[in-house]
Ligand binder design. Structure first.
Ligand SMILES: Cc1cc2nc3c(=O)[nH]c(=O)nc-3n(C[C@H](O)[C@H](O)[C@H](O)COP(=O)(O)OP(=O)(O)OC[C@H]3O[C@@H](n4cnc5c(N)ncnc54)[C@H](O)[C@@H]3O)c2cc1C
Length: 507
């Protein structure tokens, strides 16, 4: 292949026509499974002659967590496989392909560089320690092969380089962070999806793994799920279109976002955001268009506000690193967390005897999703009523959530356990008060706990407090779990507050 290459000498400047190698680039996809607003993909196509994508199902993501459950449970693994399948399809339609392997990127990619004469790798940089370790390992391996690794920032609404403060000075309070970026930063425009890609040839034949190859087995999602979550960029973009335009739901988001029942009280964008099928900047662009053509109100702002929370946890991990995973969290607070396995197990499978907690935990167990209101309540119950180590809760969420995102999960758990950067002492959710406020007729609880179906209205939130004459219609066997809840709500909060305050005092 002939190229025009310009050589600049001391005083002369001439054009040389010679025979040099093609520039072959690989785009390493991770949690960025899309083609829109993808800087590494766009840069690779602009700079190199031929481009292929690669995705590795890293066996380290499919091991067991310290608590004994799979790091990636079947529900999320299925979602990821669908995302990868769709990306492969899209790249094929553009003329290229996504090579898919089960293996460590630092083993697979250097070998591909040799086999396919690859000069450069483009990818989105991550922040969490394990993900960064993989990048470091890959860089070490590629150095030997003289292949350039080009990493880009790209998961957030606000670009790292556009923050008005250096990483070390990222505010510890979300409100300070938000006000600063709102005042001093702007959001970059989305990058267009490519129209075509010239591939590296011959393209190796690769296939997607099935769940068994990842050490998992198929689980059917409960048909009561809020949505039929299907992985992939098209599905993410379709949900965006549906929520904003077809169903016109955004205008009421702020009023409905704390509900728990149904597809439409909140956006449900999280799983597609977590796997990178949706770019937050794409959402921002659509919200701006909605504001210009439909309505601009508190609700349209609030969606962007929530996306700033998402950004915040990623930036906070960039600042604090590994501390977010430790029992004492970012504050390094030595709380004497309990390790009561039996109580934890009752929480995990939704058998605490408190219908609000149990309904939410059943929803998570059977569908891989739970509302934000639900997550806050069950996290508070685990840490403030049961006094159990928050890490166990975070592990279960990590295993089970289809929208698991390391930053949002560990950031929110730090916050809920009171050991995060933005902690405000011992704060807890009053489960009964929350239940009567956010499930004011008990419909959510009855939806997930059919055993309680015959207890009408708000009484369903405290079946253990009902008088025998109120239970005439109720099937005793079906409701047995609810006569003896596992803790006394008030006493347990007081006890755990003492433990927490003792840790604060000794800090
Ligand atoms: C203990 C706990 C663990 C959580 N773990 C995760 C997780 O692993 N992955 C995850 O995406 N979210 C997590 N969240 C945040 C939040 O509950 C979910 O993002 C939200 O419920 C997803 O539903 P949605 O897309 O309909 O949200 P919407 O209300 O429609 O919000 C829109 C988007 O804003 C972002 N967002 C909203 N609330 C938060 C928040 N509190 N923190 C960070 N981002 C937010 C999400 O990207 C979400 O998709 C967690 C919250 C708690 C309390």
């Amino acid at each position: 292949m002939f190229f025009f290459v310009k050589f600049f000498f001391a005083k002369t400047n001439f054009t040389f026509i010679g025979c040099i190698n093609m520039q072959n680039a690989l785009v390493w996809f991770r949690n960025d499974l899309r083609i829109h607003d993808h800087e590494p993909l766009s840069k690779a196509i602009n700079i190199s002659d031929n481009v292929l994508g690669v995705y590795c199902f890293d066996p380290r993501d499919y091991v067991l967590l310290p608590a004994g459950f799979p790091k990636t449970g079947s529900l999320r693994a299925k979602f990821i496989i669908d995302c990868v399948a769709e990306l492969k399809n899209k790249l094929q339609q553009l003329g290229s392909d996504l090579l898919v392997y089960v293996g460590k990127p630092e083993d697979i990619i250097p070998q591909l560089c040799v086999d396919l004469s690859i000069n450069e790798i483009y990818y989105h940089r991550e922040v969490a320690p394990e993900e960064r370790h993989v990048e470091d390992e890959l860089e070490n391996m590629l150095f030997k092969h003289k292949v350039i690794l080009s990493g880009f920032w790209g998961h957030t609404l606000f670009h790292l380089e556009d923050l008005p403060f250096p990483v070390k000075r990222i505010p510890e309070l979300f409100t300070d962070f938000r006000k600063s970026i709102e005042r001093e930063s702007t959001i970059r425009a989305c990058i267009d999806a490519p129209q075509s890609i010239s591939p590296i040839t011959p393209i190796p034949f690769t296939q997607l793994p099935c769940l068994e190859q990842l050490g998992l087995s198929e689980i059917a999602v409960d048909k009561r799920s809020v949505l039929d979550f299907k992985g992939g960029e098209n599905e993410g973009l379709e949900r965006l279109k549906d929520y904003l335009w077809t169903k016109n739901l955004l205008k009421n988001y702020k009023e409905t976002r704390n509900e728990m029942l149904g597809a439409n009280y909140s956006t449900k964008f999280s799983a597609w955001l977590a796997m990178g099928c949706l770019s937050p900047r794409k959402i921002y662009e659509e919200v701006s268009r909605y504001e210009n053509t439909q309505i601009k109100n508190d609700s349209t702002y609030w969606l962007i506000f929530e996306l700033m929370w998402r950004d915040y946890f990623r930036f906070i991990m960039l600042k604090h690193g590994n501390a977010m995973f430790k029992p004492g969290g970012i504050q390094d607070l030595n709380v004497k967390w309990k390790k009561n396995h039996d109580l934890f197990e009752l929480w995990r499978i939704g058998k605490t005897g408190f219908p609000l907690v149990d309904a939410n935990m059943q929803e998570l167990l059977l569908t891989g999703y739970m509302s934000n209101r639900g997550r806050q309540n069950v996290a508070s119950f685990l840490t403030k009523n049961l006094g159990i180590n928050w890490q166990l809760g975070a592990y279960w969420f990590q295993s089970q959530l289809i929208d698991y995102d390391v930053y949002s999960n560990y950031g929110n758990w730090n916050y809920a356990a009171g050991i995060g950067n933005d902690a405000r002492g011992f704060r807890y959710f009053n489960i009964i008060k929350q239940a009567t406020q956010y499930d004011s007729n008990g419909d959510y609880v009855r939806y997930w706990l059919p055993g309680l179906a015959k207890i009408s209205g708000v009484r369903v939130h405290q079946p253990y407090a009902l008088q025998s004459n109120e239970l005439l219609d109720v099937d005793f066997e079906l409701t047995r779990d609810y006569w003896h809840p596992i803790v006394d709500l008030e006493k347990s909060v007081k006890e755990n507050e003492r433990i927490f305050n003792a840790a604060l005092k000794n800090n």
